[in-house]
Write a protein that binds this ligand. Structure first.
Ligand code: AMP
Length: 214
């Protein structure tokens, strides 16, 4: 199974992608996490992309295509994957298509988590992520058992540097301009399935599982 999640930042696609990855036992590949890890390591690539992430803009397509071409060719991706945050532009979707065609692999499913902007801001402002293992929490909707500490690994919870209100507004604007056209693109390809993103992670996950029962 090769599946792509699309959705506005804060729609819950990361949480849902992680739940589905666990259920199916295939990797979840999150471009945002790969990029943040590079920034954290202060690698030359990380230093190049840091100012882009901090302003909420998108990393250029050629860099992302190169990065993902390499990542998707690793052995853990052989029996499928769940993509979270890629492709994010029409250029990336076309590059990804060309990659799949070259490998003679189909894309099976595109899941669009649909959520309104005003709900998104509320969600992102309360979001916290474990610095060590990446598990995501929410101060209001999914708090950790112990404040500031990850339930899964005991790591420290931090707020992402691009989760401030101004950067969020920019990220939403960027989504509407550059990523929203993918809904149409994948609908025209017959791959798009919409899921209502409102409600608890559990409720949304149930809706997703129901789609695969149909
Ligand atoms: P995310 O965690 O998916 O919201 O991604 C955080 C940031 O990483 C975005 O605001 C972009 O700057 C960058 N990013 C993540 N995925 C991509 C992508 N596919 N193309 C370009 N930039 C990306």
């Amino acid at each position: 199974m090769r599946l792509v999640f699309i959705g506005i930042p804060g729609s819950g696609k990361g949480t849902q992608a992680a739940m589905l990855s666990q259920k199916w036992g295939i990797p979840r590949i999150t471009t945002g996490d790969i990029l943040r890890e590079a920034v954290e390591k202060n690698s030359p690539f990380g230093r190049r992309v840091k100012p882009i992430l901090d302003t909420g803009l998108l990393v250029p397509d050629d860099l992302i295509l190169q990065l993902m071409g390499k990542r998707l060719s690793e052995p853990d991706c052989a029996s499928g994957y769940i993509l979270d945050g890629y492709p994010r532009t029409i250029g990336q979707a076309e590059g990804f298509n060309a990659y799949l065609k070259e490998k003679a692999l189909p894309l099976d499913f595109v899941l669009w988590i649909d959520l309104e902007d005003k709900e998104v801001i509320r969600r992102i402002v309360g979001r916290r992520q474990c610095r060590a293992c990446g598990t995501v929490y929410h101060l209001e909707f999914q708090p950790p058992k112990k404040e500031g500490i990850c339930d899964a690994c005991g790591g420290k919870l931090i707020q992402r540097s691009d989760d401030g209100e101004e950067t969020i507004k920019k990220r939403i604007e960027v989504y509407q301009m550059q990523t929203e056209p993918l809904e149409r693109y994948y609908r025209d390809n017959g791959l798009l399935h919409r899921v209502d993103g409102l409600g608890t992670p559990k409720k949304v996950f149930q809706r997703i599982c129901d789609l695969f029962k149909e």
